[in-house]
Each structure stands twice: as structure tokens, then as C-alpha cells.
Design a protein around this ligand. Structure first.
Ligand code: NDP
Length: 458
């Protein structure tokens, strides 16, 4: 797909961006998600390069799209029947100009180098937006934890960390969770790190348990943060969440705590989903039941529907975007909300869409929302709450402190408001009022570029 600049810029500037993008296509074939993430950022950068030609001379764009380091490794492990499996592990340390590399680990059968690079690239700008001194990285494996026993997951995590430990550390690279990596996996990974290094280094991993260095509020942070960001977008338009009908996709960590915060603010959330289909619950999602099914039983949303009774209906293979709503909060995975779904949502009167997941909205769908005047919150701003509280966890670890839930939530709220305002004001400054995509990309890029320039040719 050719670059379609979001803002006007001189031809020589656009040529720099085109060349950089072509280079990515040429050098990294077979990585469509990475191409998509780069494409989206470069489309916003014209006016920045035009205003500061020094950035082009310093080849800042070319440097930013090239990871500092990419690590791939073999992860052999044995299942409960004694059969041996060989998975592939990844860690991409994308950009450390603002602080230690920071970003989650994803365990899902679709994980490959291109997926990890797209996530790591997004993470650079997201982390910059938090203002908390963290660089961008991401990792994971094509291991599928679904249907595996706790013992199998533990053996896999131990094997994974037996290689990863030499690349990470509290001052180097600090992983966390993502799809397929929650509290259980973080525990096994931390235990193995401690075992092989003989060090209690709490700040080397975030999302830890409360008893052993974790932060209150980390589990809730991404979902809560996205709702806070949505609330800020609505406030700018003189509206709020009270009484709004919301569709949420996914039923994992981000989705569950999106439902929780939205309900606290008076909204009615009527859907959740997984890869098997979705549930629509006319009475509003019963959060206690959802948590029980997903966090205790490790069940499916179809189990939720079975247990909930008459108000809930399971739609196998369907997508939540067919359900009329005021607000849509995609919280499952990349490219889950396409142009067709966007048209349906717009036709049904959606007012705001905000990304809890990373890149869940296709580029065509983003344009459909923005052209229709829908407030659109891009993931690198809207879902930054998770990594922000991870950075607060690192802060607590460094001082051996443990903050209360209410303190963390207050800090999270202030950070999300600040990210919102930064994106909003940056977009206005560059002549694109209300365009949070432009605002997030430019504000994140400017911070990273500044730090890279100051640190010499890195
Ligand atoms: P979880 O593993 O807890 O939950 C993922 C949810 O998404 C599950 O309901 C899963 O369904 C569904 N899902 C995953 N892959 C697919 C797919 N290919 N098709 C349909 N459904 C799918 O992950 P999280 O909630 O942590 O992450 C969700 C999203 O949020 C991801 O994009 C992640 O990168 C992003 N994110 C997460 C952060 C965090 O703090 N956890 C921080 C910032 C962003 P099933 O069980 O059927 O696979």
C-alpha cells in the first residue's frame, strides 16, 4: 500500500518517508503487520521532518524503524506425556533511547518475527508518550498455552527463560505480559530467572504477584486506562460514559478490566468475545461471573453464556461489531476490526472507538471512523496504561516500596489524562485537530528523536 500522508508536506520530505517505507518492504518481506505499523507512523511524520530538516539528514526515520537488536532462540520442552516439543522464542529490543527496553511477551501460535516487530515498534512511541523513561521492546513465542496443564506451562516458561535471562535485566530489558502471558506465566518466568541468576532482581519483570514485588493495579491498568482515555475524548466533546452502551471484544486481561472500569463509570457493557465467537448480554455483562469463568475456570465465553441464563446469547463465529453501540472498545488482537465492521458501527451510530488491543483496527477502518467524525483513540496512546503502571512497578521495586491501589489508580488517571492532552494538543499544533492518530505518532516520535539526537549516532 503506498503512503497516503495524513498531513501536507513538501515533496522532498515525502520522498524521504517513501524511501524509508520502501526499504522496510524490501528488507523485511513477509512481515505485513510490521509494514502496517510502520506505514501508520510514517504517514503522520511529514510536517515534523519539514519543520526540522536535521532529522532527515541524521537519518532519524531510518534509524527508528531498524531494531537495535533482534534475538531468536529455540525453546525445547516436554509435555505431560513425555513428548518433546520445539517452539521458537523472540525478543526484539527495538529502541532504548529513553530507558531500558520495555514491553510484553506474547504466547500465541500466530507469533512470528514480524508480529513481534510490529508490537515492539508500536511500543517505542507508546512508552515515550507515558513520559516515564522506558524504551521499546517486545517478545514472545509461538507456544500455545490453551489446553496445556499448569505443569506444561511451567516447563515451557522455564525453558524460555533459560535462554532469555542472558538478554534481560532491570537496567537492560524488562518484559511483562501480553496475550497468553498472565500472572501464572510471569510467576514461572520470574522463578526461573531468579534460579539461574541467583539474584532477587524484582525490577527485571513486571506484572508480578502482590506478595513478591508486583504493583497493585497492574492487572487492571490497561483496561482501566483505555476507559479513562475514552472518557477524556468524550469530555472534550462535552459528553461522558454514563448510560452509554458499549461493545467490548476479547475476554482476557484487557477486556475484563475494560468492562470493570466502564461499569464503574455508569456504562452498560453488553458484549465480550473470544476466538470462538461472542456473547451478547442484554442485561449487561455480569463481571463476577465473567471473572470466575475466565480467571478461575480458564473457560470460554460460551461457558459464560451457558451459566448466565436467559439474558445472554452466544453467537458462534460472530463479531461484536454487529451489535449496535455508542462506543466500541476492541480488546482482543490485531486487525480484528476491518472496514466492513467499521461501516456497520458507523451506521449504528457509534460515537467513539478506542483501542485496548494493539492495532486492532485496520487502516481503512480508522479512516472510516475519522471521516465519520467518530472519536478514535489509537492503541499506542489509549492502551498505554498497562506499561505505565509497569513503569510504576519498576519505581516501587527500585525503592522497595508498595503503593496502595488507590495511589496507583490516581497516578494512572493522571498519566492517561496527560497522554490524552499531549496527543490532542500535538494534533492541534500540526493542524489536525481531534486526530489522535497524528497526535500520538508525532508526540511519541518527537520525544524519541530528541533523545536519539542527543546521544550521538546510535
Ligand atoms: P489475553 O491473552 O488475556 O486475552 C486475549 C483475548 O483476545 C482472549 O479473549 C482471546 O481469545 C482473544 N484473542 C486473542 N487472539 C485472538 C485471535 N487471533 N482471534 C480472536 N480472538 C483472539 O491478552 P490481553 O488481554 O493481555 O491482550 C489483548 C490485547 O491487548 C492484545 O492486542 C495485547 O497486545 C494488548 N495489550 C495488552 C496489554 C496488557 O497489559 N495485557 C497492554 C497493552 C496492550 P482466545 O482465548 O479464544 O484466544
Amino acid at each position: 500500500m503506498p503512503l497516503a500522508p495524513r498531513l501536507p508536506a513538501p515533496p522532498e520530505t515525502l520522498a524521504v518517508l517513501e524511501e524509508s517505507y520502501d526499504r522496510v518492504l524490501r528488507r523485511d518481506p513477509g512481515e505485513p503487520e510490521f509494514h502496517q505499523a510502520v506505514h501508520e507512523v510514517l504517514e503522520s511524520l511529514g510536517p515534523v521532518l519539514a519543520a526540522r530538516p536535521g532529522l532527515a539528514t541524521a537519518k532519524l526515520v531510518e534509524r527508528v524503524i531498524e531494531p537495535e537488536r533482534q534475538i531468536m532462540f529455540r525453546v525445547p520442552w516436554q509435555d505431560d506425556k513425555g513428548e518433546i516439543h520445539v517452539n521458537r522464542g523472540f525478543r526484539v529490543e527495538f529502541n532504548g533511547a529513553l530507558g531500558p527496553y520495555k514491553g510484553g511477551l506474547r504466547f500465541h501460535p500466530t507469533v512470528n518475527l514480524g508480529i513481534v516487530k510490529f508490537l515492539g515498534f508500536e511500543q517505542i512511541f507508546k512508552n515515550a508518550l507515558t513520559g516515564l523513561g522506558i524504551g521499546g521492546g517486545k517478545g514472545g513465542s509461538d507456544f500455545d498455552p490453551h489446553g496445556r496443564s499448569d505443569e506444561e506451562v511451567m516447563r515451557f516458561c522455564q525453558s524460555f527463560m533459560t535462554e532469555l535471562y542472558r538478554h534481560v535485566g532491570e537496567h537492560t530489558d524488562v518484559p511483562a505480559g501480553d496475550i497468553g502471558v498472565g500472572g501464572r506465566e510471569i510467576g514461572y518466568l520470574f522463578g526461573q530467572y531468579r534460579r539461574v541468576t541467583n539474584r532477587w532482581e524484582a525490577g527485571m519483570l513486571t506484572g508480578k504477584g502482590a506478595l513478591w514485588g508486583g504493583s497493585a493495579g497492574r492487572t487492571e491498568a490497561t483496561g482501566y486506562g483505555n476507559v479513562m482515555f475514552t472518557h477524556e475524548m468524550l469530555r472534550r466533546r462535552g459528553e461522558d460514559l454514563d448510560g452509554r452502551q458499549i461493545v467490548v471484544s476479547g475476554s482476557g486481561n484487557v477486556a475484563i478490566y475494560t468492562v470493570e472500569k466502564a461499569q464503574q463509570l455508569g456504562a452498560n457493557v453488553i458484549t465480550v468475545s473470544d476466538s470462538g465467537g461472542y456473547v451478547v448480554d442484554e442485561k449487561g455483562i455480569d463481571l463476577d461471573l465473567l471473572k470466575h469463568v475466565k480467571e478461575v475456570d480458564r473457560g470460554r465465553v460460551s461457558d459464560y453464556a451457558d451459566m448466565r441464563g436467559a439474558s445472554a446469547r452466544f453467537v458462534p463465529g460472530g463479531r461484536v461489531w454487529d451489535v449496535p453501540a455508542d462506543i466500541a472498545l476492541p480488546s482482543a488482537t490485531q486487525n480484528e476490526l476491518d472496514a466492513e465492521a467499521a461501516r456497520i458501527l458507523v451506521r449504528n451510530g457509534v460515537k467513539a472507538v478506542s483501542e485496548g488491543a494493539n492495532m486492532p483496527t485496520t487502516p481503512e477502518a480508522v479512516h472510516i471512523f475519522q471521516d465519520a467524525g467518530v472519536a478514535f483513540g489509537p492503541g499506542k496512546a489509549a492502551n498505554a496504561g498497562g506499561v505505565a503502571v509497569s513503569a510504576l512497578e519498576m519505581r516501587q521495586n527500585a525503592s522497595r516500596a508498595a503503593w496502595s491501589f488507590s495511589r496507583v489508580e490516581e497516578e494512572l488517571s493522571a498519566i492517561m489524562t496527560n497522554i490524552h492532552d499531549t496527543c490532542y494538543e500535538t494534533a492541534e499544533r500540526y493542524g489536525a485537530p481531534g486526530d489522535y492518530v497524528v497526535g500520538a505518532n508525532i508526540a511519541g516520535f518527537e520525544r524519541v528523536a530528541e533523545a536519539m539526537l542527543a546521544q550521538g549516532l546510535i
